[in-house]
Structure formats: structure tokens, C-alpha cells
Design a protein around this ligand. Structure first.
Ligand SMILES: C[C@H](O)[C@H](O)[C@@H](O)C(=O)CO
Ligand SMILES: [Mn+2]
Length: 427
């Protein structure tokens, strides 16, 4: 274990070094303290949900790996999340999918109600965290041919419209209970494996279905609707109905939150560059911070260049009050609690690094046309003692410093996760 006094010594030296660049470390720490990352529930159980059918994951989503200890019930998922939150500095949110309700028997997606999520609402209150929500438009017999809200069959479309309407009511109840808006994110997989004969018709149907879902005005203080685009998926390589252009136009024209997932664009296309463009035209953004490796593979978020660029854009543009930061990855090849801890700690660390930049100085150099100094300072920033500030932050809020969190996860694996069998729990 690192000596706590040494952490403080290193912090004071680092603080002095940042101050010499005109950076106020205390202000940076204050800034990130108030950021709540929306931690996604689906890393904990490989996107299986609790509908009791153990159905195969579908609609282009794929989880690989068979690490033992997947959560099989809401209680197991809550317990795993409690450990994860205790390893991450700050108070964060939980992003819940509709397939994770307490169903106690078959309840189809168009029939779900607030009562199925009361357990989550109560648990969130007990943890002093807030909830976000997502309708689940995948892994269901009525999505088996790859289409939901844009389906050519009116009956199937109506089923999924009813699911969307049910989810909005649940999201609004969550927001009302927690006293802040529950972001309700709509992602649909609809698309074709091969070249469509009509790109137009499914897009018209998707827009009409969404309009039907959103026809009731719900209080913005309770819930905000978000829409998530995608370039392609497994099985929808040639055409995705909800493309970037589709949802950008939809969000602007309907005053919706746009969701940008870091894995949903061309492999060389980063979402960092999109933030300032999109925020000129939509009120708020939801990010699904993810890491694609060659494709939308949803790898655990690492401290990558793109992660740093995303957080820099949020801080440099002063967008923290308009950008909701969510995570979206699912790796079943490693300990799932560790996956949450690694990804969320990295997202926060990158946000801290961005907050420790001499932003005003860099932007002044740019306005002055002094690009040499701008590049020089940006490069020097990369080896500033971020770790000493981060360690102090973790220590000051009582979460493990450095890799010490790993011991807690390993202990939990021994006492709890390893006792779970890979088949469904009967509790
Ligand atoms: C499970 C999520 O809703 C899903 O990952 C979605 O957000 C997505 O990114 C699909 O590729
Ligand atoms: Mn996503």
C-alpha cells in the first residue's frame, strides 16, 4: 500500500508544477467532483437481462468471453455495482436497460411498467445515485429479422412503439423519484445485411414510429429522450436505418438529445471532433464512451488518445452542463467488476487531465496565431504529474489509490463471484 503521507507530498509538488502554468488544481478537482458518469448495467451480465429466457444476444450485439461470475439476478447485479462504485471516486449514475426489470414471470416488452423497476428506483435512492434508462430493441423474437420500429409490418412496429411509450413512462417515474432527468436513450438495430432496394421507406417508417412514441410531452425535469445512431452492425453491414444523418436531423427537428457512441462510426472517425459541431444545433448530447477495435467491438475504455480528446473537447468547449457522459462496453473475458472500475476510472482520469490544462492560455496562443507555442504546451502537458493529482483525489474521497482497487475485486471474486455457476440462478 502506498504511504498516504507520500501521496500528499507528491500532490503538493504536482500542484506547484501546475500552478506554474497558471492551472488551478483545486478548481479542476472541484469540476470533476460534480460529474456523474452513467455506468451501464449491461457490463455486469453480458447484456443478458432478467427476462428469464436466457435468450441469445442478438441484433448485431456480441459479447465474447466466458469469465466466471456473471450477475444472474438483480440482487447480484446490485451487489457487483456497489463494489464497482466503491472503487470509483465521486457519485455516479446507473444506466439501466428495459430488459433488467424485476419481472417474476413472463412480461413482454410492450407490457412493462414502473412497478417492474421499483426495486431499482428504491435501490438507487438507498445508494444516493440516479438512474438513466434505455428501451431494449434487441434479443427478442419480434426483432429476429433485424427490424423493429422501422419494420414493414405494422403490427410489429406497433409492438415496438408500445415498448417505447412504456419505457418513457418508466423513465419519467425514475426522474421524478430522483429529482433530476432520467436520460432515456433509444437505439434500434434496424438495418439490412445487403444492399436495400429502398433506403427511404424504412427511414420514413422509423421517423413516424419515433414521432408516435414521443407524441406525449413529458416533463423535461423528469426525462429527456436521446437517439443513438450507428454506421453498421453485424447483420446490418450495408445499411442502418438510424444513421448519423438520420438522427442528427431527427434530434435537431424534434429537439431531442443526440447520442454519439464512440464505436458507431468509421474506425478512423472520432466522436471528439463531432461534439462542438453537434452542440451548435442540438440542446444536449449523450455520449456512449466505448472503444472499438477494428469495429464496434465495445472493448473496455482505456486511457486512449480518443478518450483524452473527448474529455478535452468537453472541457475546452465548457460543455459539462450539456453533455451527459455514459459508458458502453461489454467484455466477458475479464472480471466484470474490474471492467467497470477500469473503464470508469479512465473516463474520470481523462476528464481530470482535461481540467488540468491551461485552456485559456492555449486558446489565447491560438487566437494570436502562435501555433508553435500551442503545440509545445500541449506536448509538455502530456508528461505533467496527473497521477499525483489523481491519487490525491482518490485518497481524499476514500477510494483505493493506484491499483489497490484490484485487491478488493480479487477478494470479491474469491468470496462471491467464483461461487456463481454459469447457469441461471434459481433465487
Ligand atoms: C446495449 C446498448 O444499448 C447498446 O450497446 C447500444 O447503445 C449500442 O451501442 C449498440 O451498438
Ligand atoms: Mn451505444
Amino acid at each position: 500500500m502506498t504511504n498516504p503521507a507520500n501521496i500528499e507530498k507528491a500532490f503538493l509538488l504536482a500542484k506547484e508544477q501546475y500552478a506554474s502554468l497558471g492551472v488551478d488544481v483545486d478548481a479542476a478537482l472541484e469540476k470533476i467532483r460534480s460529474v456523474a458518469i452513467s455506468v451501464h448495467c449491461w457490463q455486469g451480465d453480458d447484456v443478458a437481462g432478467f427476462e428469464g429466457d436466457e435468450g441469445a444476444l442478438g441484433n448485431g450485439l456480441a459479447v465474447t468471453g466466458n469469465y466466471p461470475g456473471r450477475a444472474r439476478t438483480a440482487d447480484e447485479l446490485k451487489s457487483d455495482l456497489e463494489l464497482a462504485y466503491s472503487l470509483i471516486p465521486g457519485k455516479h449514475r446507473l444506466n439501466l436497460h428495459a430488459m433488467y426489470g424485476d419481472f417474476n414471470g413472463p412480461v413482454d416488452r410492450d407490457q412493462i411498467e414502473v412497478e417492474h423497476f421499483q426495486g431499482w428506483i428504491d435501490w438507487a435512492a438507498s445508494q444516493e445515485i440516479s438512474l438513466d434508462f434505455n428501451p431494449s430493441y434487441f434479443s427478442h423474437p419480434k426483432a429476429a429479422d433485424g427490424f423493429t420500429l422501422a419494420h414493414a409490418d405494422e403490427g410489429i412496429r406497433q409492438f415496438w412503439i408500445d415498448h417505447g411509450i412504456a419505457c418513457r413512462k418508466i423513465a419519467a417515474a425514475m426522474g421524478k423519484a430522483q429529482g433530476n432527468p432520467c436520460i432515456n436513450n433509444f437505439w434500434v438495430p434496424d438495418g439490412y445485411k445487403d444492399t436495400p432496394a429502398s433506403r427511404k421507406a424504412p427511414r420514413e417508417r422509423l421517423a413516424a414510429s419515433l414521432d408516435a412514441i414521443f407524441s406525449e410531452n413529458l416533463p423535461a425535469a423528469h426525462t429527456l429522450d436521446a437517439v443513438e445512431c450507428k454506421l453498421f452492425g453485424i447483420g446490418s453491414e450495408s445499411y442502418v436505418v438510424g444513421s448519423h444523418e438520420f438522427y442528427m436531423g431527427y434530434a435537431i427537428s424534434r429537439n431531442k438529445v443526440l447520442c454519439l457512441d464512440a464505436g458507431h462510426f468509421h474506425p478512423t472517425e472520432g466522436i471528439s471532433d463531432k461534439i462542438s459541431s453537434v452542440l451548435m444545433y442540438v440542446p444536449e448530447l449523450l455520449l456512449h464512451v466505448s472503444r472499438g477495435v477494428r469495429w464496434d467491438s465495445d472493448h473496455v475504455v482505456t486511457y486512449s488518445d480518443e478518450l483524452q480528446a473527448i474529455m478535452q473537447e468537453i472541457v475546452r468547449g465548457d460543455y459539462l452542463n450539456r453533455v451527459h457522459i455514459g459508458l458502453d462496453f461489454f467484455d466477458a473475458s475479464i472480471n466484470r467488476v474490474a471492467a467497470w472500475a477500469i473503464g470508469t476510472r479512465n473516463a474520470l482520469k481523462a476528464l481530470l487531465a482535461a481540467s488540468l490544462e491551461p485552456t485559456e492560455k492555449l486558446q489565447q496562443l491560438e487566437r494570436d496565431g502562435d501555433f508553435t507555442s500551442r503545440l509545445a504546451l500541449m506536448e509538455e502537458q502530456k508528461t505533467m504529474p496527473l497521477g499525483a493529482i489523481w491519487d490525491h483525489y482518490c485518497q481524499s474521497v476514500g477510494v483505493p489509490v493506484g491499483a489497490e482497487w484490484l485487491n478488493k475485486v480479487q477478494e470479491y471474486e474469491k468470496t462471491t463471484l467464483s461461487l456463481r455457476s454459469s447457469c441461471s440462478a434459481t433465487v
